[in-house]
Write a new protein. Structure first.
Length: 366
């Protein structure tokens, strides 16, 4: 389906990240296959209390939202691991059947994502979808599953239960978070794995995913700008230099840490920040808290994004307003020609820039 010169960004099914895809340049879409992760059932906060959304409330608008962000015949991966195997919609159908019926109605080309942990009821419903859609499957595994002595038998059991052959499976090796200081160990371990992993040369595609983006902004000071190395990119570049292995494609978590914070706006505060990726680093331009008091009442204010944008476009790392939709927005905001919006929009801005940067980096490889 694609070679190692391809990008698989792992993005949340949230408006900010889906919005970044909607503004992504059409001509570049052939170089990426986004993996969309469903989020846990979110909180609904009202004056009389809070509750979690029902599964029907959570999924009812998902397919149209994805379609709006990715109006293309190019495929996407959909990972539903946050939903339990046996969840049934109010209509009586399994949630997978609902999702993929909705995808068909919206002309979405979705490839399901699975791991070895899914139980029979999930696999049975997945097998029906695979048989109908004929898109194969994406097998996304962490290192525990890959280095397990049961890897081969687990894989063969999965193939049998879904009536698939291995060449209909896209394998994603998901390292999740990577930290500085152990890059050489990671590279050696992955090269050794790719030399010995059963069926490694038979999978439809092979991808390595990881992220070095920080879990939170607590180690970056108020009104500080800081560069942090994009370790996942440097590690991948070294891995594909080996001529002994099948070269994997690149995947990361966009401008996010692999572990999401279950954010409650009633109890948690956030600081304004612009997340701006460069060729080798993350540039974090951080302000102060977005919560302020007016006449003793707490409220949100994002006016500081005017100054944060001005600070960013004055730096050598800024790639210019024509680089991406996100860069154009930053430039307009710096010149008071765009709203400071909110943090959801700034996630969209930073993600759109990042997608463009990484796609350009990969497509320009020799």
């Amino acid at each position: 389906m694609f070679t190692h010169r391809h990008y698989i960004p792992i993005l949340k099914a949230k408006r900010g990240e889906l919005g970044a895809l909607s503004e992504f340049e059409e001509s570049k879409k052939e170089f990426i296959t986004p993996l969309i992760e469903l989020t846990p059932l979110p909180l609904v906060i009202k004056k009389d209390g809070e509750r979690r959304k029902t599964i029907d409330e959570h999924l009812i608008k998902l397919a149209p939202s994805i379609k709006k962000s990715w109006d293309s015949s190019s495929p996407l991966y959909l990972d539903t691991r946050v939903i339990q195997d046996d969840v049934i919609m109010d209509s009586g159908v399994h949630f997978l059947e609902h999702l993929y019926n909705e995808a068909m109605e919206n002309s979405l080309n979705l490839i399901p994502v699975i791991d070895f942990e899914r139980q029979d009821i999930y696999r049975q419903n997945l097998a029906k979808i695979i048989k109908r859609d004929k898109n194969g499957v994406c097998l996304r595994l962490d290192t525990n599953s890959l280095f397990s002595r049961d890897f081969k038998s687990n894989l063969e059991e999965l193939l049998k239960s879904t009536s698939l052959s291995v060449n209909e499976v896209d394998l994603i090796i998901d390292l999740k978070s990577v930290t500085a200081g152990n890059e050489d160990i990671i590279i050696k371990g992955l090269v050794d794995l790719l030399l010995t992993l059963p069926y490694v040369n038979n999978f439809r595609t092979l991808t390595i995913s990881s992220s070095s983006f920080p879990y939170d902004m607590s180690k970056i000071g108020k009104n500080e700008s800081k560069l942090l190395p994009r370790l996942e990119w440097e590690t991948w570049l070294k891995i594909i230099q080996s001529d002994k292995i099948r070269k994997p494609s690149f995947s990361d978590y966009g401008i996010s840490h692999p572990i999401s914070i279950d954010f409650n706006p009633k109890t948690m505060q956030t600081s304004a920040n612009i997340r701006y990726s460069t060729k080798k680093d993350w540039l974090i331009v951080k302000g102060s808290s977005t919560t302020i008091k007016i006449a003793g009442v707490k409220t949100k204010s994002y006016k500081q994004y005017f100054d944060l944008s001005k600070s960013l476009i004055a730096r050598k790392e800024y790639l210019g307003k024509d680089f991406s939709w996100g860069d154009d927005y930053i430039y307009k905001c710096a010149n008071n020609n765009a709203s400071t919006a909110n943090q959801e929009v700034w996630r969209k801005i930073g993600t759109n820039h990042h997608l463009t940067l990484v796609t350009n980096q990969i497509s320009s490889l020799s």
